[in-house]
Design a protein around this ligand. Structure first.
Ligand code: XMP
Length: 326
């Protein structure tokens, strides 16, 4: 029968057999899959692994710290953080179309990771070593969906942006290929990874970038990050963060409405709360959060986040609404 200790021991053995004394690279996203996959590989081959984390500036509050401090402390992995915030803002300037944003974010992400990987390949070479393997947090449902293929891949496999240098071809290491999400979480806990990472709710790859309806700017990101942090803090203080599937917090950056604060008229932006309940994100219902909690969140956001003078609740199921607004 299933036991996370057995799975860990078994995977550690398999990883050692596959990798030998080769070097391995892994991109961390801040999510549970890559975190657990990297932790397994580190347990198996230690400092033969190097992890890369790209800070694209679209992260939630504290996300970078959770990876750089908490995760590194829990696992001991060697981590290289790439600060690509300015690069992403530049590339996204003037863009408000959702699919265009996704395309740019995907492209810049690959570009940053590839650059970091190329640097690490060179560094390894100068030490007489070679990075031959790339870790991916592919889960069993992903394997089924994609028809079960495996083998070698380059970083760009999902992004059609042209050729890749020969020395950036890697053999894949996929220690989660037989596992479901809840099993991955169990293994993460067993490995002692931070709870914030192991129990993290789904969060889209393009991050806060697709939760600003309108153009992405530094000021808007800061504002949304602050509102999002308040919502998460209150949901978890109320003990509800594990009951809901996820709660996107959306900034309607191009909308303004009139309000009043003290003696003065305000003209600020609305924040939308989108709490949803779901089994698999294919369909969803809006979560009936307690009114007192909604009141508290609304008060805090309008008091603490400058420029926001209204908080609204999305009461649309999926379909017809999607979970995200973009
Ligand atoms: P929708 O908005 O389509 O979202 O109802 C369904 C689930 O997918 C997540 N989502 C994304 N995840 N990249 C991702 O990695 C994306 O571009 C993206 N768009 C939506 C969303 O958060 C929800 O869990």
């Amino acid at each position: 029968d299933w036991n996370s200790g057995n799975v860990i021991a078994d995977q550690v053995e398999r990883i050692r057999a596959q990798v030998g004394d080769g070097r391995v690279i892994c991109g961390l996203s801040g999510g549970v899959d890559s975190a657990v996959a990297a932790a397994l590989v580190h347990k198996a081959v230690g400092d033969q692994l190097v992890c890369v984390f790209v800070d694209h500036g679209l992260l939630r509050q504290d996300e970078r710290r959770q990876v750089e401090e908490d995760y590194v402390k829990a696992t001991g992995v060697r981590l290289v953080t790439i600060d690509a915030r300015a690069q992403f803002l530049d590339a996204l300037a003037g863009v408000s179309d959702p699919e265009q944003k996704r395309k740019i974010i995907g492209r810049e992400f690959i570009r940053s990771f590839e650059q970091a990987a190329a640097d690490l390949v060179l560094e390894a070479k100068s030490e007489g070593g070679e990075i031959r393997f790339l870790v991916q947090g592919t889960l069993y449902p992903d394997v089924v969906e994609s028809g079960g293929g495996s083998g070698t891949a380059n970083i760009k496999s999902h992004h059609n942006v042209g050729g890749l240098p020969e020395d950036l071809q890697f053999e894949l290491v996929e220690p989660l290929r037989t596992l479901f999400k809840d099993e991955v979480r169990a293994i993460g806990s067993q490995l002692g990874l931070p709870e914030e990472i192991v129990q993290r709710q789904p969060f889209p790859g393009p991050g806060l970038g697709i939760r600003i309806v309108g153009e992405i700017t530094q000021d808007r990101l800061d504002l949304l990050r602050q509102a999002d942090a308040i919502v998460r803090e209150e949901l978890s203080a109320a003990g509800l963060d594990r009951d809901i599937w996820q709660c996107p917090v959306v900034l309607l950056a191009d909308v303004r409405s009139v309000g009043v604060q003290g003696d003065s008229r305000t003209y600020g932006h609305p924040i939308v709360l989108r709490p949803v309940s779901s089994e698999d994100a294919m369909t969803a219902d809006w979560t009936r959060l307690p009114y007192d909690l909604l009141a508290k969140i609304s008060n805090r956001i309008t008091n603490e986040v400058a420029e926001v003078n209204r908080v609204v609740l999305d009461v649309t199921s999926k379909p017809p609404g999607t979970i995200e607004w973009e």
